[in-house]
Design a protein around this ligand. Structure first.
Ligand code: FCB
Length: 430
C-alpha cells in the first residue's frame, strides 16, 4: 500500500484550450496568414485543420464531461466575431452562445479568454498592438462580447501570456508579425497593459460581479552558472523584463521603466484572480535562455520542474494577494508515458505551496495546433488523430477524471497511474 495520496484542499479542476489551436477553419487571423508562408511552422501545418472543434462542439463537450471537470477555459476567435473592423458577425456569436449553453447544461463553468495570441487580419495589417488604436478596437470587441455572452459567462481573461506575445512576436520574431524591434516590443507591452486595465474597468461596468484577470506566463529564471556574475545579472534582468514589469503594470497599474506611467491610470487592483501559466524554468547565460543538464524533460525538451510552480505561487501570492487560478500547466508527451506523474508532481506543488490556489486548468483538454511547433507536440488528456479527427481518451485523462471525482489523488490512483511513470532526462535523450 502506498501512502502517496493527498487531498486538493478544495482546489477545483478544469482544462484549457485556445480558439486558434483547436477550432480549425479559415478564420482570417495573423496565424492563418503566418502559417501559410513556408518556413514559419515546423511541420508546415496551418491552423485550418487543428481539432476541427468548430464542427465538433457537442462531441468535445461530452469529452469534458468524461474528464469530470467543473471548469473549462476556452478562447474566442476575434476574427470570427468581428471579421471586418467594426462589423460583427451574429452567426459566429450565436455559435459561441450555443457552445456556452452546452457547457452550462453540462454543469461546466466557462472562463473565457478574449485574446490568445490571435489578431484579426484587419488588426494585424494595421499594426496590431504596436498602435494605440488597437486599445479602442479591443475595448469595442470586449464590450460586444460581454453584452452578447454575459448571461452565460462571468469570468474573463483579457490577455493570454502578454509577455510571451511581446517576446515571440516583437523581440525574437519567431511568431507573427516576425518583428525584431525593441521599440515595437515596448509599445506593444505598454498598449497591452493599458488595454487590460481599461477592459478590466469596462467589464466591471457591464457586469459588476464579473471576475477578470490575465493569464501570465511565469517562469523561474536561474543563472546557468551560479558563480558567473553575467549569468546572475542576466537572470535578474531577464526575469524583470520578460515578466515582472508587465505583470506589475497589469495587476496594479504601476508602470516602471521600460514601461511608462500613463496619465489616466491610477494605481489600484486590476485583477479578481491571478492567472498563472506555468511550464518550466530557464537557465540563463547572457541573453540566451537554456535548459539545465541531466534533468527531466518533455518531448519539447522543456525541463520538468514542479518546484518552480511552488516558487512562482509563493511570489505571486506575496506580491498580489487574492485567489490564484493556474490557468495553464501541462506537458508535451506523445506516448503519455509520464503525464500522470507530471500532474501528480505539480498538484502536489500547488498543495504544499500553501498559496490560495482555487483552480487548476490542465493544458490541454485535447491535442492541438501548437503555434510554430505545428501538430507535433501532444499536450492533450485526449489524443487526436489529425487525419481522421478521432479522439481517444488517454490514460492520463482517466487519471484526471479520477482526481476530479475525488477532489484528491487517492493512493489507489497513485498506484495505478503514477507509480509506473518515469521521466526521461535530457541526458537519456542525447
Ligand atoms: C502556452 C500557450 C498555450 C500553449 C502552451 C503549450 O504558452 O499559452 O497556447 O501553446 O503554451
Amino acid at each position: 500500500m502506498s501512502a502517496h495520496g493527498f487531498s486538493l484542499n478544495g482546489c477545483e479542476l478544469g482544462v484549457a484550450t485556445a480558439a486558434t489551436q483547436i477550432e480549425g477553419g479559415n478564420a482570417d487571423t495573423n496565424w492563418h496568414h503566418w502559417a501559410a508562408e513556408p518556413g514559419h511552422i515546423k511541420d508546415g501545418s496551418t491552423p485550418a485543420r487543428a481539432a476541427d472543434h468548430w464542427n465538433r462542439v457537442a462531441e468535445d463537450t461530452a469529452l469534458l464531461q468524461q474528464l469530470g471537470v467543473k471548469h473549462y477555459r476556452m478562447g474566442l476567435e476575434w476574427a470570427r466575431v468581428e471579421p471586418e473592423r467594426g462589423v460583427f458577425d451574429d452567426s459566429a456569436i450565436e455559435h459561441y452562445r450555443d457552445e456556452l449553453t452546452r457547457l452550462r447544461d453540462a454543469g461546466i463553468k466557462p472562463l473565457v479568454t478574449l485574446h490568445h495570441f490571435n489578431n484579426p487580419w484587419w488588426l494585424e495589417t494595421a499594426g496590431a498592438f504596436e498602435k494605440r488604436d488597437a486599445i479602442d478596437a479591443f475595448l469595442r470587441y470586449t464590450r460586444r462580447m460581454v453584452e452578447s455572452l454575459g448571461d452565460l459567462v462571468d469570468e474573463w481573461i483579457t490577455f493570454n501570456e502578454p509577455n510571451v506575445y511581446v517576446v515571440a512576436c516583437y523581440v525574437e520574431g519567431t511568431w507573427p508579425p516576425g518583428s525584431r524591434s525593441p521599440r515595437g516590443a515596448q509599445a506593444v507591452a505598454q498598449n497591452l497593459a493599458e488595454a487590460h486595465i481599461s477592459a478590466y474597468g469596462l467589464i466591471h461596468e457591464l457586469q459588476p460581479f464579473a471576475k477578470v484577470g490575465v493569464a501570465m506566463h511565469l517562469r523561474v529564471f536561474r543563472p546557468a552558472s551560479k558563480f558567473n556574475l553575467r549569468d546572475i545579472g542576466a537572470a535578474v534582468v531577464g526575469g524583470f523584463l520578460f515578466q515582472s514589469a508587465l505583470h506589475r503594470a497589469m495587476s496594479t497599474g504601476l508602470f516602471v521603466p521600460p514601461l511608462l506611467q500613463p496619465k489616466g491610470v491610477r494605481p489600484g487592483k486590476y485583477y479578481d484572480f491571478q492567472g498563472v501559466n506555468y511550464y518550466s524554468r530557464s537557465m540563463v547565460t547572457g541573453l540566451a535562455d537554456g535548459v539545465a543538464k541531466d534533468v527531466a524533460v518533455s518531448d519539447l525538451g522543456w525541463e520538468i520542474y514542479p518546484t518552480g510552480l511552488a516558487i512562482v505561487l509563493g511570489q505571486v501570492s506575496r506580491a498580489y494577494p487574492g485567489p490564484i487560478y493556474i490557468t495553464e500547466n501541462g506537458i508535451a508527451d506523445a506516448q503519455d508515458a509520464f503525464r500522470p506523474r507530471f500532474i501528480y508532481d505539480h498538484l502536489r506543488a500547488v498543495v504544499t505551496s500553501g498559496a490560495p490556489v482555487e483552480r487548476y486548468y490542465h493544458w490541454s483538454a485535447i491535442d492541438n495546433w501548437e503555434w510554430a511547433d505545428g501538430e507535433g507536440p501532444r499536450f492533450g488528456l485526449v489524443a487526436l488523430d489529425y487525419p481522421t479527427q478521432t479522439r481517444t481518451m488517454r490514460e492520463s485523462g482517466r487519471f484526471y477524471a479520477d482526481i476530479s471525482a475525488n477532489g484528491a489523488i487517492t493512493d489507489a490512483a497513485y498506484d495505478r497511474w503514477v507509480a509506473p511513470c518515469e521521466y526521461l532526462t535530457n541526458a537519456d535523450t542525447q
